[in-house]
Design a protein around this ligand. Structure first.
Ligand SMILES: [Zn+2]
Length: 198
């Protein structure tokens, strides 16, 4: 079928792979007996993402104010997604509904500076050791980059499992999270754009 490759041909669909490679990783947050789910066959063509024709509506365009903490004429930053076990989980998105592949020249030119500004802004929150950021793009078509605050000193939370810890850690009190969001929005506004009060 279109899109399949020699890579796919090598994979043991329906089988359970060994969990050993990640069980031995110091950053893997689980202990005890772990079983890997059977490897599912690929689905091609892929089902539509949110915001794509035939998919569910784009949540960011349906409720553009929900979780909004800062914006300028091109970019918006959102925060407050459940669960909230980290000091900050934020989303950077273009104001307009656009995919990564169709970002215009102005958005491409300002993406790097925005990543830098938001990473530095998240780092202003007390008790944050480092800002992680990542783009997946598997759920919604509307281009978005995730920013996660890794708590200072928490060595076992280094690396890509930080988002799992966000689900596991005790919930940050609402007032404290709102204060953190204000710190981020205020830091961004120092270089332009507007804080959106929550
Ligand atoms: Zn959208």
């Amino acid at each position: 079928m279109d899109g399949y490759s020699a890579y796919h041909d090598r994979l043991p669909f329906g089988e359970r792979l060994s969990a050993e490679p990640v069980l031995g990783d110091p950053f893997f947050p689980f202990d005890g007996d772990i079983t890997v789910r059977p490897l599912e066959r690929p689905v091609v063509p892929e089902p539509p993402r949110r915001g794509e024709p035939g998919g569910e509506p784009c949540p960011a365009c349906a409720e553009p104010e929900k979780g909004l903490i800062w914006r300028d004429e091109r970019w918006a930053v959102f925060a407050g997604f459940e669960p909230i076990g980290l000091p900050m989980v934020a989303l950077l998105m273009p104001v307009q509904h656009v995919t990564l592949h169709r970002l215009g020249p102005e958005l491409v030119a300002t993406l790097g500076p925005m990543i830098h500004r938001l990473a530095v802004a998240v780092g202003r929150i007390p008790g944050v050791g480092r800002t992680h950021f990542s783009r997946f793009g598997d759920g919604s078509e509307h281009f978005h980059v995730w920013f996660l605050a890794r708590p200072l000193g928490m060595q076992q939370m280094r690396g890509p499992m930080l988002s799992v810890w966000d689900d596991l850690l005790p919930r940050v009190p609402d007032e404290e999270f709102a204060a953190n969001a204000r710190i981020v929005a205020t830091a961004l506004a120092e270089d332009g754009g507007q804080v959106v009060s929550r």
